[in-house]
Ligand binder design. Structure first.
Ligand code: CUK
Ligand code: CUA
Length: 663
């Protein structure tokens, strides 16, 4: 029988039944009158029907975009189709995930890269995904994600949507200004957040100014290897302000990156001792500092050997950075959050959470002030401060609690308003000014969202060529939008139609996120992604993305035992609907190396492989090979089986692991 037909047989029966029901009911809707009657029965308005028409994606129709969302404290990344807002995959990164076998037979090696002080830290607080870029545009090849709580960075290969590497930052404990990539993905930027002594060493808070440090790390990305190359990476020491978000320059600002900071006050808290609490101490001053960093210059300084080794990692000291002209500061409205570079790189937009404006810096003015050395002063570390009025192009009053800005293709910018629970549309000036019917640098419209928006994402809205069309508000609270699943409510992703100019910006879809609190997401045109449908060869090792010479092949299945070593090697294949061999007999205490290959070539013919009590579950995609090693610690009888419903005889895809007791 045709294998493609065989795999369908079980599902096909069930589907056929469902479809026959669907077909007869869809016959009932034959005219717009029926549509109206159905809408009336459910209390839907014309606007609702229009929103449905713009988002409803019938079976088999594919989405135009894929949104890569941070998974928040799930430690993972979500791939979501747009405009349907359907979850396509949770990509396991920092946290074990049994469906993919992540942490249950595969993924351990990757997760171990993120061990912290020798401890296996197995969750993450993911905030900012970054797609790899070529010439400032998403190229659909790689995805990076930070873990704020432990200062780690994950690397995901978009050929198979799987994590391949996690690196732990040796200098800092937490990160927030990452991940962001330079325009050709030369570097993945990871800005630290809460200042600590280097490498999370101990020092009392009374020594904050001397012993605590800020930093930003530039992880060199090796595209060919598909890995961060630690040996070519370096960091820059920064004052112990709390550096926040960052963004890489492009176009007019290529070669630079920008980093916000909060707590330039260097408050150390201690509410219990009568000190101002952090929330007051950190926002005492009217302004904080935007850090302006010449990364191409920093790369030259690093390559010239002028970095110091700290915690085994090269760090350009503030002193060297100042002497080499690599770093400048300029005031920004207090407690800033987002810093976002406009598509042409000519403007840098900063939002102060406690200021109702967005502040727009001009790259040309920044460069002019740097060249003219017109500094209004220096901070305590000697870093030159550029005069605010000399570098600001505009301030646009947008509303309360502005956080993050994204860009559209036609001269509009969009800013999330946390306190207003709204998304503002405003017009850019300069070379963008002709694109919109409204005057430059003005607020055009605010769309309320439900509720408390953090980041927003516009389709390709942080690249050199934004698509616009859709905006997603990543809302922190959902309150009354969904049935409450107990007191912990989902976050709410709201899709907003921004295809029209002016004041038309309706919310057209709500998507509950019941898996953590995502922060940022990037939205990539689906046709830029070119994932494999099956692995390129039978016996493929996805971790190294190459054929594994040791992979079991058909006809070579066997169990070999080395009596002297008490070791057993299993060479197993999986295909619908059997494993071969089906009996694996070992002795208690044996060390077992179990190799298994899914020899299928049919799309979606995934097999699982699960052993009870031994905490093993693999997901083997067509062609994939995996190796699990374990000790047969407990004697007994263990039926292993395929944990993915792969065929009509899936339940029969089983075998016995017999662990014989010794006397
Ligand atoms: S974020 Cu990380 S606290 Cu506004 Cu980029 Cu949510
Ligand atoms: Cu293979 Cu179920």
């Amino acid at each position: 029988m045709n294998p493609a037909f065989r795999v369908l047989s079980a599902r096909a029966l069930a589907l056929a039944l469902l479809l026959s029901v669907g077909a007869s009911s869809s016959l009932a809707f034959q005219s717009m009158d029926d549509v109206r009657a159905a809408a009336t029965a459910r209390g839907l308005t014309t606007a609702d029907l229009l929103a449905a028409a713009k988002t409803f994606t019938p079976s088999g129709m594919l989405d135009e975009y894929v949104m890569f969302s941070s998974g928040g404290h799930s430690g993972q990344v979500f791939a979501i189709g747009m405009p349907s807002m359907r979850l396509l995959k949770t990509i396991a990164v920092f946290t074990p995930e049994p469906w993919q076998g992540w942490g249950y037979g595969v993924g351990e090696e990757v997760m171990a890269g993120g061990d912290y002080g020798g401890e296996p830290v197995r969750w993450g607080d993911t905030h900012h995904p970054a797609l790899s870029e070529t010439a400032g545009d998403y190229d659909g090849q790689w995805l990076f994600i930070n873990d704020k709580i432990n200062a780690r960075v994950g690397v995901i290969d978009l050929r198979d949507f799987e994590a391949k590497q996690i690196v732990k930052n040796p200098l800092t404990v937490s990160d927030h200004g990452g991940t962001f990539v330079t325009p050709n993905t030369e570097y993945v930027i990871e800005g630290g957040q809460y200042a600590t002594p280097w490498g999370s060493a101990y020092a009392p808070l009374s020594e904050y100014k001397e012993s605590y440090h800020g930093s930003v790390t530039l992880w060199k990305f090796d595209r060919r290897a598909g890995r961060i190359d630690r040996s070519k990476s370096f960091a820059m020491e920064l004052p112990p302000y709390w550096q926040d978000l960052s963004d890489a320059g492009k176009g007019a600002s290529d070669g630079w990156f920008f980093l916000n900071s909060i707590n330039t006050e260097m408050a150390t808290g201690g509410i219990e001792s009568g000190n101002p609490p952090f929330e007051a101490g950190v926002s005492r001053n009217a302004t904080d500092y935007l850090h302006i960093i010449d990364w191409k210059g920093a790369e030259r300084v690093f390559q010239a050997g002028k970095a110091d080794m700290i915690e085994g990692f090269p760090v350009i000291s503030i002193k060297t950075a100042v002497a080499e002209g690599l770093i400048y500061l300029t005031p920004e409205p207090r407690s800033p959050h987002g810093v976002d570079v406009a598509p042409k790189g000519d403007f840098v937009v900063v939002s102060g959470k406690l200021d109702p404006h967005v502040t727009v810096y001009s790259t040309a003015k920044l460069k002019k002030a740097v060249a003219a050395k017109t500094f209004s002063g220096r901070d305590d570390w000697g870093i030159p401060i550029l005069d605010f009025d000399a570098v600001v192009e505009a301030q646009v009053e947008v509303g309360l609690g502005p956080l993050h800005t994204q860009f559209g293709p036609e001269g509009y910018a969009y800013t999330s308003l946390f306190l207003d629970s709204a998304v503002a549309r405003w017009t850019m000036g300069g070379s963008y000014g002709a694109g919109t019917p409204e005057p430059d640098w003005t607020l055009v419209h605010k769309t309320p969202v439900q509720y408390n928006v953090g980041h927003i994402g516009v389709a390709e809205g942080d690249t050199v060529s934004p698509d616009g069309k859709y905006l997603v508000a990543f809302n922190k609270w959902s309150v009354d939008r969904f049935l409450p699943p107990g007191p912990l409510l989902p976050q709410n992703f709201q899709l907003i139609d921004i295809a029209n100019q002016g004041t038309s910006m309706p919310v057209i879809y709500d998507m509950p996120i019941g898996m953590g609190e995502p922060h940022y997401a990037q939205i990539c045109k689906a046709d830029k992604l070119n994932p494999w449908k099956v692995y390129p060869e039978v016996g493929w090792d996805p971790l190294h993305q190459r054929a594994d010479l040791m992979a079991p092949k058909p006809g070579m299945e066997r169990v070999t035992r080395n009596d002297e070593e008490g070791s057993v090697e299993v060479f197993m294949t999986a295909v619908r609907s059997h494993f071969k061999p089906e009996h694996v007999a070992v002795k208690v205490g044996d060390t077992i190396t179990w190799r298994i290959t899914n020899i299928e070539r049919a799309v979606d013919a995934t097999h699982g492989f699960a052993i009870p009590q031994y905490n093993i579950n693999l997901s083997l995609e067509p062609g994939e090979t995996a190796t699990v090693e374990f000790t047969a610690h407990t004697a007994g009888t263990f039926p292993f089986y395929c944990s993915e419903f792969c065929s009509a005889l899936h339940l029969e895809m089983v075998g016995y692991l017999l662990v014989e007791p010794t006397e």
